[in-house]
Design a protein around this ligand. Sequence first.
Ligand code: FE2
Length: 297
Amino acid sequence: MSVKPGDASKGLLSKEQLEFFDTNGYLVIQDFASGEEMDSLRDAATRIVEAFDPNEHRSVFTTVNQTRVSDEYFLTSGDKIRCFFEADAFDDKGKLKQNKHLSINKLGHAMHDLDPAFHKFSDSPANAVLAKSLGYKDPMLVQSMYIFKQPSIGAAVTPHQDSTFLYTEPNTVTGMWYAVEDATEDNGCLWAVPGSHKLGSLSRFIRNPKGDGTVFTPENPPALETKGAVSLPVPKGSLVLIHGNLVHYSLDNRSPKSRHAFTLHVIEGKEHAKYPKDNWLQRADGSTEFMRFSAQA
Ligand code: FE2
């Protein structure tokens, strides 16, 4: 199947769009990607889950407590493609309550590097233009996630700043959140606190000194205020840009409709920003070089 790409010029942000992003810390661009591109990501995610043996592990992704993601399966996923379950996927005996395709919370964290369909979309000219338009001199894609937000059991994501999880000095992370399906208030769309990116980066989620687990610093991060938050319902093919320090979250999905989304996180290359060795996401070879766009934007 040939995939009709979105219009590369969509990545070129207008002065008004850049001003909105600077002021609010987020920006919605409808029709950024084509329906065919979104379908190609959905098909690729389905293939990955189809090939996954759910008896291999029981690694759950939840944002409710910090011990959630400190297992080895998670810590070594920075340069791999792995499947993380919804917390509510299992019954009391630890058995999957339903089909594995309806039990996975997310895939992470290197589909953009390793899967041809995800790579093709991630490396699109529109994304390269977008990164340059945001002012990146040497943009690198550090991680990708495919988030299923499953019908009925899709878990909430608690308020957070992405810079807590992916930090550079200075902070240069931006999230690119693509709606693979329509996102509504019913099925768990994004919520954002306009202007909250001006708070700066308030905490970090880092590897412990032994490197075999994770901790927050400070140990008890400040509660993030969500007063004034706005919902960001968007149709399929939309892009939501998220400043690294923006407070954002999503509610759980108790509806019968899934809310699939794909996310990329871009950071500045090492001539311009330092990627700390205690960021949770590290590559097996210790490299802090990540995927660069092949198109010269
Ligand atoms: Fe986030």
